[in-house]
Design a protein around this ligand. Structure first.
Ligand code: JFZ
Length: 317
């Protein structure tokens, strides 16, 4: 069974890190505040993750009792944390580092499974059409803005980037695509499997990384389903088939570092949620958002330490 390691691990760490971490007010900041490329540029110019320590991160995940980690290689803002050849909007250009390389090496050194998150949305790419989820959705003439934009070209770019991730970094165990939205928040048309070339993309994943688990947010069935921010109350079954599932959860309501968000879930609650997931045959992917310098926020570090303590006491061998 391809997903045996995933079933056995039950608990993983999600890491949201990118330019928005420097803004420190939610990973959708560019969208929420209607920021143009120019407005957003300073976060690129000043990106300096001097405290991003992949080894420390991997050790932290392991000490918390987690079996795998999932890093945002590119979030909706389009900024790539690796040395991508198809865009200059990447971490090599910003700070001279391939953070995906550092991350993958660190996980392997700690014996953890390697997960990547990749955003299907891309607010930076000039061919990604402006829809209701786009930072420029409030522009006067969206039709005019979209005239030169061509999702077929974006698709090529998207497939090229995923190919880079699946060929340049050895074995990848897990891929989280994000996400398909038939309608965006204000009721405008969304984007779906046809926009992503989902079937072709999934076939490429199978070809390049046959053992890799792929989630369901391409809008076509994958290897596991991804309830977000809620806990299923029974095992998930579809057409009589038990589903492999993973709930992803934030510590405080924002995925990217949010300095002033203090609604931290206590470790006791998170442990309860993990136990609930496991009892319903599911996994839990618990998120941290390192700050703009790449450091794990002290409040998150404390929570992880408390969970780790519980895991050591109660998980057994
Ligand atoms: C997405 C992102 O927009 C968000 O920033 C974060 O990365 C999260 C893990 O994923 O948000 C979603 C995606 C899908 C759903 C809800 C929020 N959904 O299917 O309900």
């Amino acid at each position: 069974m391809r997903q045996q390691w995933f079933d056995e691990a039950r608990f993983g760490m999600f890491v949201h890190f990118g330019l928005y971490s420097g803004a420190a007010r939610h990973e959708w900041v560019q969208n929420y505040e209607f920021l143009s490329d120019e407005d957003y540029r300073p976060y690129f110019e000043h990106f300096d993750p001097d405290l991003f320590d992949a080894r420390a991160l991997a050790r932290r995940a392991k000490e918390t009792g987690m079996g795998y980690v999932v890093l945002t290689t590119k979030h909706h803002d389009g900024f790539a944390l690796w040395d991508t050849a198809v865009s200059d909007f990447n971490s090599i250009r910003a700070c001279g580092r391939d953070l995906v390389r550092e991350y993958v090496d660190a996980l392997r050194a700690e014996g953890l499974r390697v997960g990547l998150y990749y955003s299907l949305l891309d607010w930076h790419h000039p061919d990604f059409t402006v829809d209701g989820n786009h930072p420029r959705r409030a522009d006067d003439d969206i039709a005019a803005l979209n005239e030169g934009r061509d999702m077929a070209r974006y698709r090529e770019f998207l497939h090229a980037q995923v190919r880079e991730l699946l060929t340049g970094y050895g074995q990848i165990d897990y891929l989280f695509f994000d996400f398909t939205y038939p309608q965006s928040s204000d009721g405008l048309a969304g984007k779906g499997p046809e926009d992503w070339g989902a079937e072709t993309l999934l076939a490429m994943c199978r070809e390049l990384q046959p053992e890799m688990l792929v989630n369901d947010r391409l809008g076509i069935p994958g290897d596991f389903v991804t309830p977000e921010q809620y806990q299923p109350t029974s095992p998930l079954v579809l057409d009589g088939e038990p589903q492999v599932w993973e709930a992803c959860q934030t510590m405080n309501g924002s995925w990217g570092y949010h300095r002033d968000n203090t609604e931290q879930k206590p470790a006791t609650l998170l442990v309860q949620m993990l136990a609930d997931s496991v009892s319903m045959d599911g996994n839990m992917l618990l998120n941290i958002g390192p700050d703009g310098r790449g450091a794990i926020a002290p409040r998150d570090a404390r929570t992880l330490a408390e969970i780790g303590e519980w895991m050591r006491l109660h998980r057994g061998a």
